[in-house]
Design a binder for this molecule. Structure first.
Ligand code: PMP
Length: 499
């Protein structure tokens, strides 16, 4: 069976036969308007165009023979603690924008984007050019300035949110966890206090300090460290909020007033408050968009308590929500901000941006790390910022994110097991339950759903307090026809159990 798609690059009708061993059905007409939408100029390489028209293409049930060989070699040579090759059991040959080819010739639609790292897709041509140019100059330079480093710092300063723009300093780090730990160290240093308020379902990494901020018990077990100096409050997760509320949408107010009580009441047990760390949209916790009053309310409380508000933008940053930073969804100004993932477009880089007046308390060597501020990653970061501005990526994410969410909602309405669709931009969660009546979360169904999608050529990962949320986090540059095909694959594989 063949489906006609229209190449939006040229806006011309190109009949393109797609291999349908995936069982992909449905007509292109439902998506006609989206498919005909204008493309971004200079957006795709020829190969990416070819792959995006062909995907998904499953020629052998994954894992195919060569994938199986490489997976078993990995099992022999590498720790059993690896995670992703169990969720997606294949071996990768190559990738282009929002497609991944495995070593057996299968072609997948990538809605994982390296866990929100590849916001501009795999091997974005402009980012590639910048990295190659840098490769020919220097690729490890410690903190010694280069043109590339200064160019990157200037660009990052220019895109900082209100509260930090024009009044920030940058400290480079290497990973998301590194950035979060460093942010908390800065808060503790400048306040001279120790306790940090963090939220249920939050994920800030698993280094020994960051894992204390992360809420899930199992991550803490992995790292084998005790929780220290962290006071935990519920995140306003309206579908499963643990406290009574008068009406849906009041969850933020309840959390805020409880936090105020904790700060004001000397007997509450919350002593020595040094800062509040929060994700503007909870990522690993289940793609939870809090009510609009929550983040501004935290801002007010932090001001009254005179402690820094640390906003973790590791997953929400770089356009993922349709704003450059997730905190801009509600105009909430951070005092300290953690940035990682897409800032290096897939080359490890992270950083902390903090209010410049904190700088006087941070002595030379306050934070160290041989690999901080890698020149290749900084070249990639600058090219990404330029690319996003030139191609109006934020508008694209807002427009396509809304259409995609509407589609997920339409699909969820007919499903017995998708109880809630939530999120914003390209950060959309589908909450999988045993039944909509009992609301019992079902990790088993979510994992089975993920497996079926994988076998049909669509990569989609789980998250959530109960591991029961299927999250949409495609590259922000995914071709529209490919996005539509992914939605068809999603719809064809929805679980059909329960009542
Ligand atoms: N903060 C958030 C919000 C994250 O989503 C993550 C990673 N998923 C981290 C911190 C930790 O980043 P890393 O894995 O690079 O340590």
């Amino acid at each position: 069976m063949a489906v006609s798609v229209i190449s939006h690059e040229s806006d011309m009708q190109t009949a393109c036969p797609i291999s349908l061993s995936t069982g992909l059905r449905g007509s292109a007409s439902r998506y006609g308007t989206l498919i005909r939408a204008k493309a971004l100029p200079g957006f795709r390489s020829e190969l990416s165009q070819k792959h995006s028209m062909m995907a998904p293409r499953i020629v052998v049930k994954p894992p195919g023979p060569r994938s199986r060989e490489l997976l078993s070699k990995q099992e022999e040579l590498e720790t059993r603690a690896v995670v992703y090759s169990k969720a997606f059991p294949f071996a990768i040959d190559s990738a282009e924008n929002a497609t991944i080819k495995d070593v057996d010739g299968n072609l997948y639609i990538d809605w994982v984007a390296g866990i929100s790292v590849l916001n501009l897709g795999h091997r974005n041509p402009e980012v590639t050019r910048a990295v190659v140019t840098q490769l020919e100059k220097i690729w490890h330079a410690l903190e010694i300035p280069t043109e590339t480093r200064i160019g990157f710092l200037e660009r990052i300063h220019s895109v900082l949110p209100t509260g930090l723009r024009g009044r920030a300093k940058i400290m480079t780090t290497v990973t998301g966890a590194d950035a979060c730990e460093t942010a908390v160290s800065i808060a503790r240093r400048i306040t001279g206090r120790s306790t940090i308020v963090a939220f249920e379902g939050s994920y800030h990494g698993v280094h020994q300090g960051a894992v204390s901020l992360t809420s899930s018990r199992h991550y803490i077990d992995y790292a084998g460290v005790p929780r220290q100096g962290v006071f935990r409050l519920p995140y306003p997760y309206s579908y499963r909020f643990p406290l009574p509320v008068e009406k849906k949408g009041d969850e933020g107010k309840v959390v805020l007033s409880y936090l105020e009580h904790l700060i004001e009441d000397e007997h509450s047990g919350l002593d020595d408050l040094a800062g509040i760390i929060v994700e503007p949209v909870e990522g690993e916790g289940g793609y939870i968009l809090p009510p609009k009053d929550f983040m501004p309310g935290l801002r007010e409380i932090a001001d009254r308590a005179q402690v820094p508000l640390i906003i973790d933008e590791v997953q929400t940053g770089f356009g993922r929500t349709g704003k450059f930073w997730g905190c801009e969804l509600t105009g909430t100004a951070p005092d300290i901000m953690c940035v990682s993932k897409s800032v290096g477009a897939g080359i490890p880089l992270s950083l902390v941006a903090y209010r410049s007046e904190y700088d006087k308390n941070l002595h030379e060597g306050f934070h160290l790390g041989t690999y901080r501020g890698n020149p290749l990653a900084m070249a990639a970061g600058s090219a990404s910022i330029d690319y996003m501005a030139r191609n109006r990526i934020l508008d694209r994410v807002t427009r396509l994110g809304k259409k995609t969410k509407d589609e997920f909602e339409r699909i969820a309405a007919k499903s017995k097991n998708i109880a809630e669709v939530r999120g914003v931009g390209f950060m959309i969660g589908n909450e999988v339950v045993e039944s909509k009546t009992t609301k019992t979360p079902s990790r088993a169904l979510a994992v089975e759903f993920r497996r079926r999608l994988f076998e049909s050529g669509l990569l989609m990962h789980t998250c959530g307090h109960y591991g029961n949320v299927l999250r949409f986090m495609a590259p922000l540059t995914i071709e529209e026809p490919l996005l539509e095909k992914g939605l068809q694959v999603f719809e064809q594989n929805i679980p059909k159990q329960g009542s």
